[in-house]
Design a protein around this ligand. Structure first.
Ligand code: GTP
Ligand code: 5AD
Ligand code: SF4
Length: 370
């Protein structure tokens, strides 16, 4: 199946015919007095910071990592807890960041995660703090994370069947994930969002089961279209499960209607879901993150920090602005903020997966931060 993709609607400030992907000289960024935040030349302002705490992971999801893992970042090249807190504080205090999400790889693999959360929760103004995790080991740490100031979590869970879970993640850990989700709910890390990626012929038949399971527990499920961010480079535009496919699968057991609250720049388009027949007691919302077939780049408010301190303005595209080396060389907060502003000014208009000249980024999702 082929999808045709439109460019996002965004406040356009480039000359007619010029696109971000075309490269070329950037128009000058306004001075930091008139545009203090993380503005880009299309008029978007990033307020949502996603910090990858590590590129390591204890799963090997087929749509992300190769079976043998990847060459991990040497420890001295990854940011320390002090460096992470310093950069997040520059984002929060000087650049208008209001939401901080910790991602990986698998962020629970950082032994100092609780300490990092506690220190970020002490920043003024206090940001909303969330974690995207595979939930392995969360059962043991959910309470400490909540006590440290973590507000909520998003958990990756693609299958409720142990065998399919193992096929997808190459690890037999479904029970640990389910225990982690329960512990997070008990610790009040809510609303809990479950992220599911569907692969054709592997777990796409589980769409309605995953929704029933999530609604039953009061969690919000979001389906994420598979994106070309895998190490094995198996993604193909003709064979991923689209938002349309997902809505079709869900319609067999649920009535979906557009959710009333404004989307407000979020990746997920939300629907109210009501179960049919024996499942009519199941009521709640479900989100679909249609990054490929219905891109939302025009409303993007995200800026990213990789585990080695590179600013990425977009999941896609290989451009990164390193903050770690200037930080280690003694750069001031103002200098770091300026470098960060410059990186975001160059943010591309869209990921361009629909263009013939699209090139998959060198980094996988695990090394960028989801
Ligand atoms: P909340 O709704 O605030 O919980 O955040 P979120 O939806 O951003 O949460 P999460 O980190 O779990 O993101 C869900 C998924 O959306 C990510 O894992 C990505 O697959 C996808 N996503 C997030 N940001 C982007 C983006 O900038 N571009 C694209 N194409 N996909 C994104
Ligand atoms: N396409 C879509 N989502 C992906 N994730 C990881 N790799 C991909 C991909 N290629 C998701 C995971 C997790 C989040 C961090 O990103 O399922 O929920
Ligand atoms: Fe690990 Fe997340 Fe990649 Fe799965 S998607 S291998 S859990 S980083």
């Amino acid at each position: 199946m082929t999808v045709s993709l439109g460019l996002p609607t965004i406040p356009r400030r480039l000359a007619e015919g010029e696109t971000a992907a075309a490269g070329g000289a950037l128009p000058p960024r306004p001075g930091s007095d008139s545009a203090p935040g993380l503005l880009d030349r299309f008029g978007r302002t990033a307020t949502d910071l996603r910090v990858s705490l590590t590129d390591r992971c204890n799963l090997r999801c087929t749509y992300c990592m190769p079976a043998d893992g990847l060459p991990w970042l040497p420890k001295d090249q990854a940011l320390s807890a002090d460096e992470i807190v310093r950069l997040v504080s520059v984002g929060v205090r000087d650049l208008g960041v209001r939401q901080v999400r910790f991602t990986g790889g698998e962020p629970l693999l950082r032994a100092d995660l609780v300490d990092i959360v506690r220190r970020v929760a002490a920043l003024e103004p206090r940001p909303d703090i969330s974690l995207t995790t595979n939930a392995i080991g969360l059962a043991q740490r959910a309470r400490a994370l909540a006590d440290a100031g973590l507000d909520r979590i998003n958990v990756s869970l693609d299958s409720l069947h142990a065998e399919t879970f193992e096929t997808l993640t190459r690890r037999p850990f479904l029970d640990k994930v389910l225990a982690g989700v329960d512990a997070a709910a008990a610790a009040g890390l809510t609303p809990i969002k479950i992220n599911a990626v569907l692969l054709p012929g592997v777990n796409d038949h589980e769409a309605a089961d995953l929704l029933a399971w999530s609604l039953d527990r009061g969690h919000e499920l979001r389906f994420i279209e598979q994106m070309p961010l895998d190490a094995d480079r198996t993604w193909h535009r003709a064979s991923f499960v689209t938002a349309d496919d997902i809505r079709g699968r869900l319609a067999e057991r649920f009535v979906l209607s557009p959710h009333a609250a404004p989307r407000d720049g979020a990746p997920a388009e939300r629907f109210d879901a009501v179960g049919l027949g024996a499942e009519s007691h199941l009521v709640g919302t479900v989100g679909i993150i249609a990054s490929v077939s219905e891109p939302f780049c025009g409303d993007c408010r995200r800026t990213r920090l990789t585990a080695e301190g590179g600013v990425r303005s977009c999941l896609f595209g290989d451009a990164e602005t390193g903050l770690r080396d200037p930080l280690r060389a003694g750069a001031s907060d103002a200098e770091l903020a300026d470098l960060w502003r410059g990186a975001m000014w160059a943010k591309p208009a869209s990921h361009g997966i629909d263009r013939d000249d699209f090139v998959q980024p060198v980094r996988t999702m695990s090394a960028i931060g989801g």
